[in-house]
Design a protein around this ligand. Structure first.
Ligand code: GLN
Length: 244
């Protein structure tokens, strides 16, 4: 009986290890992100690049380890951190009170603005003009949360990646997209004859890294590095590489 019990304990431990992909297993820091969000995280020739990717590498380096990237849907990021399958989520993620119920956030490292992008010849000129229109958002983002709250479920078209929302705008299926400013700029820069960004901002926000609730050890380590790279210019150098 004792033997059977210890066998059980050992197999649970093994299963437990296999089930979780965090740094306890690999020694590396596992960062989950959604690599559909230029200039913060995207793929270039199969490589993960962008501000968050470079910042996470710098953080790992300063902590004497490496970072491994797990590319998943935006609305899976918080559950993945909560279930220990990644050490942290870094994805241009806005700090919100609701999210704080499920994860802990580091000090912020970037400010952002939710903007409205429309087809270049659109008559939509302000946030108020969005009323009665079809609005594209990336699923689970603050753009989704604000627009659903302000304009109602039936006004919203959700996309797993916001570039698909821009495409839908081009074909006339939707009227506007609400998305983070730098991401809108990066997409519009690729196709400036099709889209424009309204001057009036929807909301201002701040980005931070999310860790599992109560993981103060990692939180403190990340905060220390964030403070350091904010004050010594290393963060700005990375941002300047991607945002001209
Ligand atoms: N900043 C937005 C949010 O946190 C969008 C982030 C994203 O799409 N990667 O909801």
């Amino acid at each position: 009986m004792k033997k059977l019990l210890s066998l059980l304990v050992v197999s649970c431990m093994v299963l437990g290890l296999v089930a979780c992909g965090n740094s306890k297993q690999t020694g590396k820091l596992i960062m989950c992100t959604n690599a559909e969000f230029p200039p913060y995280e995207y793929k270039d020739g199969g490589e993960f690049v962008g501000i968050d990717v470079e910042v996470s590498k710098l953080i790992a380096q300063k902590l004497g380890t490496e970072v491994e990237i797990l590319d998943i849907a935006f609305d899976s990021l918080i559950p993945t951190v909560m279930s220990d399958k990644a050490d942290f989520a870094m994805a241009g993620m806005t700090v919100t009170e609701d999210r704080k119920e499920n994860v802990d956030f580091t000090h912020t490292y970037q400010t952002a603005v939710q903007v409205v992008a429309v087809p270049v010849n659109s008559s939509i000129a302000s946030v108020d003009d969005l009323s009665g229109k079809k609005i594209g958002v990336q699923q689970g983002t603050t753009g989704d949360i604000y627009c659903t709250g302000d304009f109602g479920e039936s006004a919203i078209e959700r996309f797993p990646k916001i570039v698909d929302g821009f495409q839908a705008m081009k074909t006339g299926r939707i009227d506007a997209c609400v998305v983070d400013d730098q991401v809108a700029k990066a997409i519009v820069a690729q196709d400036a004859s099709s889209y424009k960004i309204l001057d009036t901002a929807y909301a201002e926000e701040e980005y931070a890294i999310a860790v599992k609730k109560g993981n103060t050890d990692l939180l403190n380590k990340l905060n220390k590095v964030i403070d350091e790279i904010k004050s010594n210019g290393e963060l700005k150098a990375i941002v300047d590489k991607y945002i001209k």
